[in-house]
Design a protein around this ligand. Sequence first.
Ligand code: AGP
Length: 372
Amino acid sequence: SAAEKGGYDYFMLKEIAEQPKAVADTLLGRIDPSGSLTLDEVRISPSELREIDKVVIVACGTAFHAGLIAKYAIEHWTRIPCEVELASEFRYRDPILDGRSLVIAISQSGETMDTLMALRHAREQGSKVLAICNTNGSTIPRESDAVLYTHAGPEVAVASTKAFLTQLVACYLVALYLGQVRGTKWGDEIQAVIKDLSRISEEVERVLETMEPVRALARTLASKNTVLFLGRHVGYPVALEGALKLKELAYMHAEGFAAGELKHGPIALIEEDVPVVVVVPSPRGRSVLHDKIVSNIQEIRARGARTIVIAEEGDETVVPYADHLIRIPVTPTLLQPLVATVPLQVFACELATARGNEVDQPRNLAKSVTVE
Ligand code: AGP
């Protein structure tokens, strides 16, 4: 009913709008006043966590994209090797696991059969499993050694939005916590990022306040056949997520690429007026990546692409090459997906509406996939 949707036309719009609160709720009580993390729910002892020599993340769909981003954070802050695998592929390739592997299963519903089968396989090999889940008491957390709940609240729309942002938050918390417990040379950076994380929900709110031009742009693209997405580093999984949202909701051909791969094939797809969304990393920090992606934007624009550029406030170098510019707040590199994904959700939702599609119940899809 309209009341359930809180005055929004669709659950998806409501859930997009709830993201600042979902993010804040997922952080609540997990950062103590001294600025360190307390993840008491993670009932795997610090000494066990210090023994871990490998992290393996299993998930499907949007949760898998959260896992891809988590890999960057975990490897950077903890120096533990981390693999991310589609849950449906995992057990069939006889993965190398033992008692020193930490397997993280990410699932909004906690009922996804592919993910459940992957975690059962991991436990059979003696690995510890930590679930990141949004649904209290669901099967995946019940069968795991420990669980870190995301506090997104119920997600009704088939397309995942607020659950994704909270999965990212949970992944950052786990990465930072592992870094804290094990002690790495990134101690100061970890402290600083914890502070940034505690303020990030306000940044998500600011992004939401500036989405009108994104909606207007989406409406102009309603008759297109294809939209491409490019990103690098953590922007690459963001590009994959932007493309998945568009497939699910707008039923358009959409693909995400690592920008560095363009020249290895996908650039052949670029032709006159094809819309390409580019997620630009911060010019600060890993600025090499920024400069490389700016030259990618130049290259595709020279070949006729219509460039839709998502870039940090104050990044002026992209201006000459952006047919459309979407600004996002300045954040630490690894946290950028929390703000960069939001315009892509709004974009897909509006395109779906413009094409007359059912936003909350896309064709052929179920909210939770309980078969393998
Ligand atoms: C995302 O928009 C999807 N509908 C889908 O990819 C989803 O993320 C996937 O099925 C995993 O679901 P889960 O998080 O409930 O395990």
